[in-house]
Write a protein that binds this ligand. Sequence first.
Ligand code: 5CA
Ligand code: ZN
Length: 409
Amino acid sequence: MHAWPASDVPALPGKGRDLRIHDTATGGPVTVAPGPVARIYVCGITPYDATHIGHAATYNAFDLVQRVWLDTKRQIQYVQNVTDIDDPLLERATRDGEDWTGLAERETALFREDMTALRMLPPQHYIGAVEAIPGIVPLVERLCESGAAYVLEGDVYFSVEADPHFGEVSGLDADAMRLLSAERGGDPERPGKKNPLDPILWMAAREGEPSWDGGSLGRGRPGWHIECVAIALDHLGMGFDVQGGGSDLAFPHHEMGASHAQALTGEYPFAKTYVHAGMVALDGEKMSKSKGNLVFVSTLRHAGVDPAAIRLALLAHHYRSDWEWTDQVLETAVARLARWRAAVSRPDGPDAQALVEEVREALSDDLDAPTALAAVDRWAALQESTGGTDEGAPGVVSRTVDALLGVAL
Ligand code: 5CA
Ligand code: ZN
């Protein structure tokens, strides 16, 4: 699949700081991507009801990761998937009497438009689950041959016991895992499984559902976790730097993905660091496609809201916190954008060298965007109250905000 166009990232004077970020698996801050090339996999959308503010907030977090890396002059290999075949997509298409491929294409196109408008950096490899099927089948076959997978009434399941590191990504106990498995696409109640948590790798063709040639597995379609594993192994290999997504992906999705890959290769770890963004809520409940309590980026854009203001609204919250979208959040961002634009539109201003370092320091410390915004607020307030004589300063501020926060002033 093609991704979306990249916006320019201005180079800043000097060099940024190495990123330290919270790792879900170890529960503490780690310095990521020590080498010259940083490898990151961010789970993409399931293309129905995209792009809501929760999605945008999660992708904003991983866009910041890349902006910090670019500022340290690293090269980046960024891979993202599109879950363009899965139960929820088929259910929505059936509900609306629509062809599932049309639904997936339309929503993926809308996602690309939203990402472009929000100035999110595109992945180098943007891969759909359907196009990944030829790579998924041999992986499942290998897992069967090695005894890490088994067949139940034609469906193929992964045996979580096959990976000695199973459980280390989320750190959850068995009861919590079982609850979340039932909530998030698993089938712990299905009789005949070796372990109730075992996730599906290959689902045998169902009447009226799309299916693909699965070689020795028979016709069917892939499970969710193996999709991301196949795409990540193909384009990044084992031991890549960051696997990212919202906190609802820590278990089962990232836990299972890690175990699939570790059982397949015998190597450890799948990803060196697992990074998770908090959940955005609306009216007191997590914004989710299944509940339908959604605010869409495209609705706001079509109502005339500047995408830069949407981005500032996301940046006003620490990526790890759960927060609530309200009209007030957007109003505050619109006002901030106007203040910042007025401040950089003058020919001169207060010295901004310290500001560049403050923004760098904030972001390299677990992506502390709210602290970065506060630093820019202070410069803008000084500009408004006393002004300054540094002719380069407004340009420095505008390039810093552009390069590190993805906001064009
Ligand atoms: N296709 C899979 C990943 S392989 C998937 O989870 N798709 S999704 O469309 O449901 O979500 C896309 C991303 O948005 C995931 O990282 C998910 O964790 C994140 N996300 C979903 N809802 C929210 C929310 N309310 N707040 C923050 N992030 C969210
Ligand atoms: Zn994924």
